[in-house]
Design a protein around this ligand. Sequence first.
Ligand SMILES: CC/C=C\CC(=O)SCCNC(=O)CCNC(=O)[C@H](O)C(C)(C)COP(=O)(O)OP(=O)(O)OC[C@H]1O[C@@H](n2cnc3c(N)ncnc32)[C@H](O)[C@@H]1OP(=O)(O)O
Length: 720
Amino acid sequence: MAQYSRISGSVGLITLKSLPVNALGAVVRQGIVDSLKTALQDPKVTSVVICGQNGVFCGGADIKEFGDSESGPPLIPMIHAIEAGNKPMVAAIEGFALGGGLELALGCHYRIAHSKARLGLPEVTLGLLPAAGGSQRLPRLIGVPAALDLIITGRHVTAAEALQLGIVDQVTDHHTVDAAVKFALSVAGRPLDARRISSYSCPPVSGDLDALFEEVMRKVRRGARGAIAPVACVQAVRAAATLPYARGMERERELMATLFTSGQARALQYSFFAQRAVSRWSTPSGARWDASAPKPVRKVAVIGLGTMGRGIAVALAQAGFPVVSVETQEKQLTEAKRAVSQMLERGAKRRGVAAPLDKMSYSSNIQAVADVDLVIEAVFEDMGLKKKIFQQLSAVCKPDALLCTNTSSLDVDQLASQTRNPELVVGMHFFAPAHVMKLLEVVYGPRSSPQALATAMQLGKKMGKVSVAVGNCPGFVGNRMLKAYVEQAFFLLEEGATPELVDSALEEFGFSMGFFKVSDLSGLDVGWKVRKEDGLALPGVSTGPSARIRQGRRYSPLGDLLCQRGRFGQKTGSGWYQYGKPGGRVATPDPWLHSFLEEYRAQHGLVPRRIDPQEVLERCLYALINEGFRILEDGIAAGPEDIDCIYVFGYGWPHYRGGPMFYAAMVGLPKVLERLEHYYRAHPDVPDLQPCSLLRRLVASGSPPVQKWKEAIKKLHSQL
Ligand SMILES: CC/C=C\CC(=O)SCCNC(=O)CCNC(=O)[C@H](O)C(C)(C)COP(=O)(O)OP(=O)(O)OC[C@H]1O[C@@H](n2cnc3c(N)ncnc32)[C@H](O)[C@@H]1OP(=O)(O)O
């Protein structure tokens, strides 16, 4: 709702009231329309202030209402009525003015912001554009280049930057509504024509306007990789720059209509709520986020300063934690100190703050962690080494310290069993580079206490990560699913595809890099080492029937064969592609590799066939999705939102496709099932293609929408 009152004798005060962020739902819009009418009709009122309750101006349109048929007064005429009003309207901005919230403020004649407020038009992140006049008013107010920057990126600006850009008229450190009322009293009776932004022309740009838009559009298309909203944002701003306001608004409406009904907007809005849903974690044993208080964490340690350890230490220091970093190899320690300081300085420069160098301390002695509240072990993926470290930590640390491992796939419970307090052991699986990547898998073992899980989840949140609680199994969620995808990519090469064909299909889908390019970048030797440890990559079985079978199922030794030839990817100058020189970064197709594949197929009696991009997508993505269903069935992830966040924030799944499980729901579960059945018939020696029983049961129960899977899975489990 919106509450109306009159204060200071002559100021009408409209307060938006809709917890938690005063979103502009139907009831709020109705309240504003009614309050506005009262204020404009009351002869005692000479000016009006619009504010929000609880220190928040407005978080924008109510995203929860987007799928529903529209009810209540529409936003655009409401904002026009505010702008057209004959009494000065002042927006009192505290907390946030985002999306429709900022558009509402832009309809006002003046804007006063608290110094801690943040403003922005983040609609692009929801697959939309600022379509309540924002794309037309903002460029008229602050100019085309600055408006393009804000609208295309969706970034929030501080009140200080908003003042500098000309979005707000005044910034206050005091009570914002009081300041706005005082301001409203001072402007009462002043003419308003020059304050109505819709009547402005965009300030002229220096240089050629067409050239500017062409350049921006080129950049946006390159960066968007198939996302349609950023492109529509540019088109809408171009309309503001080239058309009268009314025609610009028509263009804004047309573009919005296309976006609004697109699958991309639905996916991004799903993702918005999924990110919030994963913070409300639960485990199969009944532990829950709202019943488990985290332990206080004041000081943290990182063990091992390789690439991962350095990134984790930087992320912790940037989040304000004092960090003790332990590295026993002196040479590595010296290098790491320099690298960590550089990373902190670069990050600080980018964010315009002081580098938190004073948060870091270093040691080559594990005793240095004696007084910390939480340790993150980040040494090599070697179970023997990790076990030894956990034994040492258990002896050295405070008895109530949380011991975490950054393992990407090893058994967290085995490590817990090395300690005095296995309930205080959890996995914190970061993604490289750990100070950049948003994802954190928090892995609970069978003995991890709810409090340990809650503490790691909260630490992740403080580090700005999307933290997802997952159960303990080889590869957890992300890497377990990836295995099925990688396997299909190899099999497709055996059957006739090239790395270029597979990669271009995946890149066309929206991944920034296809699997083979990623593999060259991260180093083929990484997977080879794991396969050797798992008993898959065996020396001396390059021919005969056993060459392509391991542990009773189809196996492709192609990756192992490249590694045996020293082709580790970019670092050696060749892998699935060639790079000209070791360390080269530009992938070019490699004739040697093509001949090698031909010889390999001939040697193993494989008759190559034409493979189309659709098959690449179906085989790679549906195999991965099928494993996702198995993970849900096993209770390793609590719901599809958890898997989707993991893939969007950790594995480069295109954000505008929501994540693999959302994508499966969009494609249609019956279709995913039918294609998996088809491929499993063709490849009965590939168990990953055998449709999982949960997928079958969801299809049999009518393929509920993805938001209802959690409920459906619970019901299906209870029927077993
Ligand atoms: C014609 C179309 C015109 C306009 C289009 C739009 O306005 S689209 C909406 C544009 N606004 C946004 O994109 C803002 C989205 N919200 C946020 O970025 C953050 O929520 C915000 C406001 C910065 C607050 O962040 P904070 O970390 O403090 O809280 P949290 O994100 O957990 O949100 C709290 C709960 O509020 C719900 N919520 C937030 N914004 C909206 C919204 N616009 N509509 C509906 N609900 C919203 C959010 O889901 C949280 O609820 P929960 O039940 O906990 O999930």
